[in-house]
Structure formats: C-alpha cells, structure tokens
Write a protein that binds this ligand. Structure first.
Ligand code: PPS
Length: 420
C-alpha cells in the first residue's frame, strides 16, 4: 500500500509541477531524455529480437521430446486460472509474479499465501530451501474453496503442491543465465561485505566477484551462506546436494521437464511471456508489464572466461539446469510460425507505449488487432503493473480472506519486515 501511495504522490507532484512555469523547462528536458531513452530501448529490443535468431543455441539438437508446444490462441480456449509459479530468486521472477498477481487480483482468485501465524518476517516466502513444507505453511482458505495461484517464493515440491492445488494447475517457472544471476544476487544481497569481513585485503576491489571465485570455499568457514549464489535456481526447484551425482541430477531434470508446462528464460523474457499467454489462454493485456527490481546501480566489471569457468565449477547444477531448459526453449522458439513473431513485435512495441504512458499515469487506448479487441491500459493498470509482491501482500490477504475471517483484518502489516 505504501508503494501505491508513493506512486500516487509522485503523480500529484508531477501534476503540480506541470502548472508551474519553472518546472516546465525541467519537464521538457525530462521528456526529451525520455524520448531518447525510449528510442534507445526500442532499438535495443529490436536488436534483441534479432539476437535470438543468431544465437548458437538454436543450432543445437534437443535430445528429449519437446513439451513446450505452441498452444491454441486465447479466443479458442478457456483461460487457465490455476497456476503454480515457482518463483526463483533474481531471475526476473518479480515481474512475472506481478503479472500473475494482477491476473488473480482482478478476477478475485484465491492465492496460496505464506501463513502469517508461522512466518513472522518473511511474508514473501512460503518456504526456503531445506524447509519441509506442510499445509500449515499456507494461509488457510474457507472450507469448500480451492487455491488458484501460487506466486510467492516456495521451493518446488510436487507432492506438496498436489495436496493443495487443483489437479489441472499449470506449473511454470523462470531461469536466468547463471553468471548474470551471480552478478545480480551478489550486488543485490551485498554479499561482498560478508567476504570482505572474513578476509579484508584479499579482495581485488576492481573486480570482487572475480577475486571471490578464485577460492570461494576460503570464505565459507565463518558460516557464510552461499545459498543465493551457489546452485540457487536449482535449490528453488527442489534439487538437493544428492543431485550433484550426475545420474540423479539427470533423473530429476527429466522429472521437472515432465511436471512443468513452461520454463521461461529471462534472456528471452518477452518471448517467454508470449508463450505463457498462449499456454494459459490469457489476453495480451494480461502480460503487459513494467520490469521490476532492476538494479541500476549494478557495477559493470570486466569478467574473464576464467571467471565464468570457475563459477561453472562452483555452481554446476545451475549451469546444467539452465543449459537444459534454455536449449529446449530455443528449439520451441525456433519452431514458432511467422504469426508468433508478428505478435511478438506487436507486443514489444506495445510494451514501449505502456512504459511511456505509465510514466504519466495516462490511459493508453490500444486499437483492435488480429490478436485482441480494442482495450485500455489505464492509470490504475499502471499502478498495478508497478506493484511489488510485498506491497500486494496486504491486498492479497484482504481479498482472499477478510470476507471469511473478519478478525484477521486487524492484523497490521509492516512492509519493512518483508524481504525480497
Ligand atoms: N523484463 C526484464 N528483462 C530483463 N531483466 C529483468 C526484467 N525484469 C526484471 N529483470 C531483472 O531481474 C532481476 C530481479 O529478479 P527478481 O525479480 O527475480 O528478484 S527477486 O528474487 O524477486 O528479488 C533484476 O536483475 P539485476 O538488475 O541484474 O539485478 C532485474 O533487472
């Protein structure tokens, strides 16, 4: 809620500013800079569209049968409302969670939320690696109702999810190229401070990650937790240490492949969302988004091939996991017809328009195309698209439960207690 108030305040400030002459000049400069940034972004997105056509992954053969097949168009199938999204850390998962949360909020679906009675602090986590999940981990819903959506961090456990979710639930997740994941997690969780504290002076300040990778276990003896930078995506998907044994790993990988209808890839974010839309028979409006959790202060440092090789050795499960699913994804993408890519470029240009309009909270009217009828993306849609999961959590609890558990509404949520 605080976030929504902040956005509202920004919009009010902007309106006041528009009325003042002194601000107009500043605004003109902002507008000019924004147009420039948008042109660059359009150019960049066009380059990205181009990039996947030349990626070497596409030339590789996939040995297992493909399950991520093209699915019918939204108009020809009933929209899916039961979705389990395994929210891996630092993979663009908050943006995907936002899309799914918006969908569920607007349609008043039931979310499987962390049980407030158990989790006093980490209300954006249903479970973390190493924890055993039971029904008590999930906030209860009234008898006779069923959960529709899981979108909070929870370690994948088929047996558990089958107990709480409807049989026809669609399982999805997202993965990120491991080295880029490392950089994101390292910066976001300020991991360096633990290592520097352990061994001041051993870090090369010009390239701390590279310095750390030279001897990562040197830094572990003080109890430093590697969870978020070593095989983290695998851990979120339920892999355990025993899977370090190659045959066990391969077995689990194939099991996951059977369970998940779509494993999205951050490096193909828009392509992934379009596949998601088709898989769930949702509308194009449902998947319009504003990127979340972008770390604009991330340091750009010169990494070497050796750094990447060392990291592969340090975090082998994530590398094997990513390369397996990226390979599959690229093959499915390659098998799409022209219509998919036409819709993709329409989607990408709509995204630019949405971002531009949302800067001012304006309503965007999107004319009908072969993929959708005319629709509006309003200021309210912008507010929802900017909503972080931790800000949505109060609304989600309120929507799913207050009508049944009136006393619960007295519980106060303090957003500073949540971590993402
Ligand atoms: N659309 C899109 N395209 C490309 N990259 C994107 C997108 N959305 C989010 N991101 C990047 O994802 C990183 C945040 O991941 P998460 O949202 O999963 O983080 S968290 O676990 O919820 O904290 C974070 O990465 P870094 O900036 O490298 O840290 C975001 O920039």
């Amino acid at each position: 809620m605080e976030m929504l108030q902040e956005i509202e305040k920004d919009r009010r400030d902007l309106r006041t500013c528009l009325l003042r002459t002194s601000c107009r000049r500043t605004l003109l400069v902002i507008l000019a800079l924004s147009s420039f940034a948008i042109s660059v972004a359009i150019l960049k997105s066009q380059l990205q569209v181009h990039a996947f056509r030349i990626t070497p992954f596409e030339t590789l053969k996939v040995s297992t049968p493909l399950r991520q097949e093209p699915t019918p168009r939204a108009s020809t199938c009933p929209p899916a409302k039961n979705v389990v999204f395994i929210k891996t850390h630092k993979t663009g998962s908050s943006t995907v969670a936002n899309i799914i949360s918006r969908y569920g909020l607007v349609r008043k679906l039931n979310f499987a939320l962390p049980n407030r009675a158990i989790f006093q602090r980490h209300l954006n986590h249903i479970s973390i690696p190493g924890e055993v999940m039971t029904k008590d981990c999930i906030y209860p819903i009234p008898d006779g109702q069923e959960y529709n959506i899981v979108t909070h961090h929870a370690v994948y456990n088929r047996t558990f999810f089958q107990q709480i979710m409807p049989k026809n639930s669609t399982y999805i997740t997202i993965l990120r190229e491991p080295f880029s994941h490392l950089k994101s997690a390292y910066e976001y969780y300020k991991i360096e401070k633990y290592f520097v504290a352990k061994a001041p002076g051993t870090f090369d300040p010009s390239n701390p990650i590279s310095s750390f990778l030279k001897d990562p276990y040197f830094y572990s003896s003080n109890g430093t937790n590697f969870t978020i930078i070593r095989n983290s995506q695998s851990a979120d998907l339920g892999f355990r240490e025993e899977h370090l044994e190659t045959t066990r790993f391969q077995e689990y990988l194939e099991t996951l492949d059977k369970h998940f209808s779509l494993v999205m890839i951050l490096e193909y974010f828009d392509e992934s969302l379009l596949m998601l839309k088709r898989l769930l028979c949702w509308e194009l409006k449902d998947i319009l988004y504003i990127p979340m959790n972008e770390n604009s202060r991330k340091r750009i440092l010169p990494y070497t091939e050796e750094d990447r090789m060392l990291y592969k050795k340090f975090s082998p499960l994530d590398h094997a996991l990513y390369s397996f699913f990226r390979l599959k994804f690229a093959a499915v993408l390659k098998s799409q017809n022209k219509e998919f890519f036409d819709e993709l470029s329409h989607f990408k240009s709509l995204l630019q328009e949405v971002r531009f309009n949302c800067m001012f909270g304006n309503t965007l009217i999107v004319k009908a195309t072969q993929w959708h009828s005319e629709f509006e993306f309003t200021g309210e849609d912008c507010r929802l698209a900017n909503m972080r999961l931790r800000d949505a959590v109060g609304m989600l609890y309120g929507q799913s439960f207050t009508h049944q558990h009136k006393n619960e509404s007295k519980i106060v949520f303090r957003s500073e207690e949540y971590i993402i």
